[in-house]
Design a protein around this ligand. Structure first.
Ligand code: ATP
Ligand code: MG
Length: 247
C-alpha cells in the first residue's frame, strides 16, 4: 500500500503522516515514510529520528540531475530499476521503531531553482518501489496540489486528503477527489482539527462516503509539534483509520 497524504498548507499532513506511520508500525508493518515536502524541515522531529540526507544527492545531486534531465529526452531517463525497502541506500535513511524515513530533497539556497526535479524523483521512486504484504509507504506531500501536476500520485494506490476547518481546505478536497478519481485511485479524506461547532459545517460540504476518520482538535498534537518533539500522542481515531485501511 502506498498512500499519498495531501491537502492545504497547515491542515495536518505531517502530523497525520506520523500518527498513521506509528499506528502501522504498532501493528507490525514495516513502514517507509517519504518526505516529499521540499520546504518544511520538521517531519523527522515528529517521527523522533534524525533528518536523513537528501535522496536526490544519491542521484548525483540536484544540479547534476537537472543537467541530466536537460540533456536527454524525458522518456529516455530511467532512474531506478526495481527498488525495495530493504535495499534502499542506508546512508539516505533514518529509522526508529520499524519506521524508515527518506527525504527526497529540500530547497537549501536562494536561487537554486524550482522543486520540479524533486517531484520527478519522487514520482519515479514511487513507481519503481515494490512492496511486500507487510510493507506500507506513506508520502507526506508538499502543501497544495502541485504534486498532482507532477504526476507524483501516479505511483500511489491511495490518495488521502486531509481537511481542516477552513473554506480553502474544503474547496481543495473537491479538486483532490476529482483528480484522484480521474487517475483511478482510491480517494479518502481525514477531517482534522475538528470540534463540535465546526463539525456540522464541514460534514455537509464534503463527500461523507469518503471520510474515513475525524480527528479532534488535540492539545497534545499541537504542543508536541510546537516543541519539535516526537509525536507520541494516543489518538483513538488513528487506530480506526488504520483498521479501515488494513481490513
Ligand atoms: N488534530 C490536531 N489538533 C491540534 N493541532 C493540530 C492537529 N493536527 C495538526 N495540528 C497542528 O497544526 C499545525 C500544522 O500541522 P502539520 O505541520 O502537521 O500540517 P501540514 O499540513 O504538514 O503543514 P505544511 O503544509 O506546512 O507541511 C501544527 O502546529 C500541528 O501541531
Ligand atoms: Mg507538513
Amino acid at each position: 500500500m502506498k498512500i499519498s497524504i495531501c491537502g492545504k498548507g497547515g491542515c495536518g499532513k505531517s502530523s497525520i503522516t506520523t500518527l498513521i506511520a506509528k499506528e502501522f508500525a504498532k501493528k507490525g508493518y514495516n513502514v517507509l515514510v517519504v518526505d516529499g515536502d521540499e520546504s518544511n524541515l520538521a517531519l523527522h522531529k515528529l517521527l523522533g529520528t534524525d533528518m536523513p540526507k537528501d535522496f536526490i544527492e544519491y542521484l548525483g545531486g540536484r544540479k547534476e540531475f537537472v543537467q541530466k534531465l536537460k540533456s536527454q529526452s524525458i522518456g529516455d531517463i530511467k532512474l531506478f530499476d526495481k527498488l525495495s525497502i530493504e535495499n534502499l541506500p542506508k546512508d539516505y535513511i533514518t529509522e526508529k521503531n520499524n519506521i524508515k524515513l527518506l527525504a527526497i530533497g529540500k530547497i537549501h539556497d536562494f536561487g537554486e531553482g524550482c522543486a520540479c526535479p524533486m517531484g520527478y524523483v519522487l514520482r519515479e521512486f514511487l513507481k519503481s518501489l515494490n512492496l511486500k504484504d507487510n510493507e506500507v509507504v506513506i508520502v507526506d506531500t508538499e502543501a497544495g496540489i502541485e504534486h498532482f501536476g507532477r504526476g507524483v500520485e501516479g505511483g500511489c494506490d491511495i490518495i488521502m486528503g486531509v481537511i481542516d476547518p477552513t473554506y480553502e481546505s474544503i474547496g481543495l478536497s473537491k479538486k483532490i477527489e476529482e483528480i484522484g478519481e480521474k487517475l483511478g485511485k482510491k480517494v479518502y479524506f481525514i477531517v482534522n482539527k475538528m470540534d463540535n461547532e465546526t463539525k456540522g459545517l464541514i460534514l455537509e460540504k464534503v463527500n461523507e462516503d469518503k471520510i474515513i476518520g475525524i480527528i479532534p482538535n488535540n492539545k497534545d498534537i499541537l504542543k508536541l509539534g510546537l516543541k519539535g518533539e516526537e509525536l507520541n500522542a494516543e489518538i483513538p481515531e488513528i487506530n480506526e483509520i488504520v483498521e479501515y485501511l488494513t481490513k
